[in-house]
Design a protein around this ligand. Sequence first.
Ligand code: AMP
Ligand code: MG
Length: 404
Amino acid sequence: MRESAYPMLEFDVALDRVLEHVPVLPGVERRFDEAQGWVLAEEICATEPLPPFPASTVDGFAVVAADGTAPRRLVGEQFAGHSIDLEITPGQAARITTGAPMPAGADAVMMVEWSHEEGGRVAFTRPVQPGDFIRPIGSDIASGEAVLLPGSRLGPTEIGLLAALGISKVQVHRRPVVGVMSTGDELVEPGVAPQSGQIRDSNRFSLIAALREAGMEPLDLGIVPDSWEALQAIIARGLARCDALLTSGGVSMGERDLVKPLLEQGGTIHFGRVNMKPGKPVTFATLEGKPFFALPGNPVSSLVSFEVLVRPALCKMSGLPAAAWQRPRFFAVLEQEVRHSPERPEFQRAHLRFAREVIYASTTGNQASSRLLSMLGANALLFLTGGRGDFAAGESVEALFLGG
Ligand code: AMP
Ligand code: MG
């Protein structure tokens, strides 16, 4: 039997090796409102307190708390956005709105709901304590406080904080530009009617979608035939424009599987076989210093190997810490018997159902690596260890939660 020349790595060893060899991309400056999904390359500290002045948290009346419930004379109005020269003394009150600065002399706010106004005077149904319904200076964010840490991905909250603090430009890690090509003489574009022996290319489109979902920038490099020259040409084009390359197909033991020999010639192959199903021939190399992931051609193999080996690497390149890209792992109880061959550890596609106290997993049926439908509706990969056969209904297995 002809055997691959590449040693078979255990999955966790392969992942460590990938992470060891991918660089974190350097920082670039970006406008804060155009940085959604990018990862901060700097710490953000507040240079101003928030709120910048003591502000009312309700609509009501600024008062001197020591006056208790006694009626006060209304001496003015303090609206949000308008700072007037108003001073409150005992026996006086000023109308105030939420977010308006506290007038000098007032030490509390009475809610409008507790007030009763008559003839230029206002009475209250209950007393307040000094400080009630006031947000002191810096009570939300203190000046100098570290607000965002390097490695944070900028989402709605982070972008709001940058706006609130007046930070208009931030240093973010460059987002990996990832070239994607499909290899195979049999492949045609989805819009083309396949001739005898041809199939439509689906991997390129699912991988590009997976890249976008992971926050990366895909670059479509098209379909490449199984020809040494064509592969070389497109890879050279990709290397000139991308931070990492992704191919599918052409990494198995076939006569026309040219990707590994080509990588051997021009770069360094860090592994060419991983003890996992699907995705055994997945290959990782560096070529001109850039990471090169050669994924197997079967649609499920390429997507699963992307998920477990490529996505972590690209997340690291984009500046995210491991805690941010690692998928949550749960133990889940199998709802049905699961077929599994002892020959290799397997990532089975499954649907997790979160019941009140137990997480249940049901697999998505026939797990053939060509059957993209086995990914449909899957929100988890069950990690089934090698060295043992089928799992019984009711057994607990480890699951990587993919979200959704
Ligand atoms: P390979 O890894 O090149 O040996 O391909 C393995 C299987 O996946 C073959 O049945 C291919 O036809 C199929 N395949 C390869 N590339 C693609 C692709 N881009 N889209 C869909 N199927 C593919
Ligand atoms: Mg092929």
